[in-house]
Ligand binder design. Structure first.
Ligand SMILES: Cc1cc2nc3c(=O)[nH]c(=O)nc-3n(C[C@H](O)[C@H](O)[C@H](O)COP(=O)(O)OP(=O)(O)OC[C@H]3O[C@@H](n4cnc5c(N)ncnc54)[C@H](O)[C@@H]3O)c2cc1C
Length: 393
């Protein structure tokens, strides 16, 4: 009999998991907490080559490659304008809201049911399946439940009420889209500036718009209310103050941006001990959020989705399929989280730390550019056809 999977979350991992499980022969339904169209406006992200290749497995690469821009080069400079490193790696940078919409629309086109306005609040294991309960009082039943519900995953807490909390990495994140400004550089290159007081990144879209973000340091974790209370005008003043003494186009870009949206905190998860129980499993940020500094969160979510599809196709008992999934994924994703932590640690170093970073970064980057040094990350390919053995008992 066809198994039914309830997939919680319609971000990146949710729709991609739905399409992978559908290909594996399962019946799937996605439940998203928010109404359609309310997803994180204002931000963009980069899908690395390993994520693009994982999308290819599900014939999704072309749709995603039609969004945003190619961003195959990365130039890193310090606050005095000194070039510290240049990297080359295929990737695509896309607006987050475009990516969410494209993945959901494609899932629906393939026959996946996506229901909006359904926030999971509870789930319990029944005799032969799982029952999900939503905030509006409605319920759904299936053979298994996949929590693709992001950093603040409810599913994670249901699987393990003692699961650790996300770790604040000491940085905020803000950004936007600047128009009518001419800045140095060429389209398709990500420019990263290790400013004296704040990290800044920007890309020039072929249409001339400049996509940018900044990571103001924040040793303390502000509440959402505190962040929401900072007005766009106050952000502009604060960013101008942070980049006042740096060389680079940061001030021009900030000034050419309309409303700067409220900033958000940046988190990661060093390790989530329990990913599954008899009938429920977590994927994507719910299981292993990496700081944005890794540039891999979306790619890891996509790789997870494809891998879980293979496991559920080949291993009939959900718990054993989830164990196989963890075996295939945990070491890799935790290595990526550690990498993101290291990348982020140079963003708010203080004066002495900045001096050391500027000396060390070119050496680290030379190592990273050595043939094969980062192949564990970028050359990872998932073969859909390769069978997954059930874990030994
Ligand atoms: C500022 C920023 C920059 C980033 N830059 C990059 C980058 O350059 N490259 C990269 O690869 N990654 C980047 N990331 C990380 C990337 O966005 C995430 O790793 C990725 O979105 C994870 O996908 P996900 O589907 O697991 O979670 P999400 O995209 O967060 O989706 C979770 C979904 O679940 C829904 N949900 C939550 N709770 C419930 C519930 N109880 N019931 C039902 N639905 C629920 C949410 O509304 C949401 O739609 C960045 C992240 C941030 C914050």
């Amino acid at each position: 009999m066809t198994k039914k999977a309830l997939i919680i979350g319609g971000g990146i991992a949710g729709p991609v998991t739905a399409m992978a499980l559908q290909r594996a022969g399962l019946d799937v339904e996605v439940f998203e907490a928010y109404d359609r169209g309310s997803e994180g406006v204002g931000a963009f992200l980069t899908i690395a080559v390993n994520g693009l290749e994982a999308l290819r497995v599900l014939d999704l690469r072309e749709q995603v490659a039609a969004l945003g821009m190619d961003s195959p080069r990365m130039v890193i400079v310090n606050g005095r304008g000194r070039r510290l490193a240049t990297l080359t790696q295929p990737s695509r940078t896309v607006k987050r809201s475009d990516l969410y919409r494209t993945l959901r629309d494609e899932a629906v086109r393939r026959g996946v049911r996506v229901t909006y306005g359904r926030r999971l609040t509870d789930a319990s294991i029944t005799g032969d399946g799982v029952r999900a309960v939503f905030a509006d009082g409605s319920e759904a039943e299936g053979d298994l439940l996949v929590g693709a519900d992001g950093l603040r995953s409810r599913t994670r807490a249901l699987i393990d009420p003692g699961a650790p909390r996300a770790r604040h990495v000491g940085l905020l994140n803000t950004g936007g889209f600047a128009t009518g400004v001419t800045v140095p550089g060429e389209p398709g290159t990500s420019y990263f500036v290790f400013g004296r007081r704040c990290f800044f990144g920007y890309l020039i879209h072929p249409d001339g718009q400049v996509w940018w973000f900044a990571n103001p340091p924040s040793p303390r974790e502000p509440t959402r209310e505190e962040l929401a209370a900072i007005t766009p005008a106050q952000w502009r003043v604060r960013l101008e103050e942070l980049f006042r003494d740096d060389t680079g186009p940061m001030l021009d870009i900030v000034r050419a941006t309309g409303d700067i949206p409220p900033a958000w905190n940046t988190y990661d998860f060093p390790s989530v001990p329990r990913w599954f129980n008899e009938r429920m499993v977590i994927v994507g940020d719910a299981a292993h959020a990496t700081s944005p500094s890794a540039g891999q969160g979306a790619s890891m979510a996509i790789e997870d989705a494809v891998t879980l599809g293979r496991c559920l196709r080949d291993v009939p008992v959900p718990r054993e399929a989830f164990a196989a999934f963890e075996r295939l994924r945990r070491e890799r994703v935790e290595r990526v989280v550690a990498q993101g932590r290291r990348n982020g640690s140079g963003k708010a170093p203080g004066v002495a730390g900045a001096f050391v970073r500027d000396l060390a970064l070119p050496v680290i980057m030379r190592y990273a550019m050595k043939p094969g040094a980062m192949s564990w990350l970028y050359d990872h390919r998932i073969s859909w056809d390769e069978p997954v053995p059930a874990p030994a008992h």
